[in-house]
Design a protein around this ligand. Structure first.
Ligand SMILES: Cc1cc2nc3c(=O)[nH]c(=O)nc-3n(C[C@H](O)[C@H](O)[C@H](O)COP(=O)(O)OP(=O)(O)OC[C@H]3O[C@@H](n4cnc5c(N)ncnc54)[C@H](O)[C@@H]3O)c2cc1C
Ligand code: FES
Ligand code: FES
Length: 476
């Protein structure tokens, strides 16, 4: 065990032994003099606090832009961190991205500029400077005054950013120095980050009141906005069994603590339609930290992953010190923000089977904005049509009840029926028996009912319209 946070900030080795573990990296960094890192919203929405986190991998780092306002300080353990202060060269000359921001008129008041610079840097390091990469890379950074045109021009002209000569050595050094689990305490609070599932569940059984954290993109808000302070945190972010993706014949198993950015790489090949939906979770700062485990753990009625997982007939592996069990994804959530997980249990992984021959899957999200917005209503469907009739159908919705749910009346109305407008109209009527939407600031119950019915019509259009160009009604 180690009781000290070992990190490297802007090329300098740093040990942290006395800051409380539920302090967010943002406030710690600013107190330590890294004042380029700005605080805007404090809830992951604006990108002003964006820093770039280097996660060691073979031969170097994988660099991810993250929101430091939601990053628990111990999440720096074993990672390298870059802020805008660290980009300049040894001779003090600005980094090419900094020069481009300045010479390309990418900054006015400058409040957003360090965050945008770091997002551009991460984008350059990923080599993601095509249209999609730029769109994704900047969607989490708000700028009030410059306007995005010059910033987008800068992004389009970004030079290729190669790894620096020191990276492989530092990554290996950090990995070796942090091989033992972290058990950190300061200010009367503690943070435990085991590396094995066994250690995690044994600790969970002994400390059922501990906050279970994966990426922290939900729990961080409990600290920054609701001013709660956990006595004990159990981090799952380094547990081997929860951080791996296993691709096998027939399906893919995704660790509950794998961040979306990595999930997307695996799903783009096997489930491109689901990947398209997950790409709309938050922005890249959130997707670089947020996980399936966290999304399912919140049991939010508008969480984006569960409808897709239900429609794909995914299953969940759950573990405790008493053993392991597997459940269907549709059985996890038992009510408003409640799950069937016992206090000593953790989600280990999500298994998503491949689509069978002829099976079609679609997932839709309706929100007020395309990026950085939670769903008002979401839906996911998987179906098979044989000889003009629907031979298999699974349908799931979010945002239309106290929990994400499977729409069984809708399914029954469609099964064995011809996939026609008449069947669609009957199914839309039966859908009303599955859902019980409420009014809230995102949309009225009536609006949600109409959207839910329209989404099944969207599925009909996308799977029946006779056109040479595939129909995709991907809109808000
Ligand atoms: C700016 C912003 C935008 C967002 N946009 C979206 C969006 O578009 N769609 C969406 O669905 N969500 C969105 N979210 C919410 C959040 O990012 C997701 O729910 C994410 O998946 C949470 O994952 P996490 O690992 O960060 O969770 P954490 O904050 O680490 O944990 C969340 C909850 O899950 C529990 N938990 C975590 N891992 C496990 C596990 N393995 N087993 C059991 N319980 C576990 C925790 O105890 C906690 O209660 C957004 C959040 C922010 C800040
Ligand atoms: S301060 Fe706005 S995203 Fe962190
Ligand atoms: S330059 Fe002022 S907010 Fe972007």
């Amino acid at each position: 065990m180690r009781n000290i946070i070992i990190t490297n900030i802007n090329g300098r080795d740093v040990r942290i032994a006395d800051a409380p573990p539920d302090q967010m990296a943002l406030s710690w960094l600013r107190a330590e003099g890294f004042i380029s890192v700005k605080e805007g919203c404090g809830e992951g929405d604006c990108g002003a606090c964006t820093v770039v986190l280097g996660v060691p991998r073979k031969g170097g780092f994988e660099w991810r832009e993250v929101a430091s306002c939601l990053l628990f300080l111990p999440m720096l353990d074993g990672r390298a961190l870059l802020t805008v202060e660290g980009l300049k060269g040894k001779d003090g000359a600005p980094h090419p991205v900094q020069r481009a921001m300045s010479e390309g008129f990418g900054t006015q008041c400058g409040f957003c500029s360090p965050g945008i610079t770091m997002s551009l840097y991460a984008m350059g390091r990923r080599g993601a400077t095509d249209e999609d990469g730029i769109f994704d890379g900047l969607a989490g950074n708000l700028c009030r005054c410059t306007g995005y045109r010059p910033i987008l021009d800068i992004a389009h002209g970004l030079p290729a950013l190669d790894a620096e000569s020191w990276e492989a050595d530092l990554a290996a050094r950090l990995d070796a120095a942090t091989a033992l689990p972290l058990s950190y305490s300061a200010g009367g609070r503690s943070y435990y980050a085991p590396t094995s599932l066994n250690d995690a569940v044994v600790y969970r059984a002994a400390h059922p009141q501990a906050w279970l954290v994966a990426g922290g993109t939900d729990l961080g808000l409990a600290i920054t906005k609701r001013h709660q302070h956990p006595e004990t945190v159990l981090s799952l972010a380094r547990v081997n069994e929860l951080t791996t993706i296993t691709e096998e014949d027939g399906g893919v198993t995704i660790g509950a603590a794998v961040p979306y950015a990595k999930i997307l790489c695996a799903l783009r090949r096997r489930h491109p339609e689901f990947a398209r939906l997950l790409r709309r979770i938050g922005a890249s700062q959130v997707r670089n930290q947020g996980t399936f485990g966290g999304n399912l753990g919140t049991a939010s009625p508008i969480g984006d992953s569960l409808p897709g997982l239900i429609a794909l007939d995914a299953s969940l592996l759950i573990a405790s010190s008493r053993g392991q069990r597997r459940i269907a994804a549709e059985d996890l959530v038992t009510g408003y923000r409640t799950t069937q997980l016992a206090p000593d249990e953790v989600l280990v992984s999500v298994h998503i089977p491949d689509l069978a021959d002829g099976q079609v899957f679609r997932a839709y999200k309706v929100a007020k904005r395309r990026d950085q917005d939670i769903s008002t209503v979401s839906a996911a469907y998987s179906l098979r049509i044989e000889d003009g009739r629907i031979s298999a159908m699974r349908a799931a919705y979010g945002g239309v009840a106290d929990r994400p749910l499977r729409a069984r009346h809708l399914e029954n109305a469609l099964l064995a029926q011809p996939w026609t407008t008449a069947t669609l109209a009957l199914a839309q009527k039966d859908l009303a028996r599955d859902i019980a939407p409420r009014d809230d600031f995102r949309g009225s119950a009536d609006y949600r009912r109409k959207v839910a019915a329209n989404l099944i019509a969207r599925l009909w259009h996308e799977t029946t319209e006779p056109t040479e160009i595939p129909v995709s009604l991907d809109s808000l």
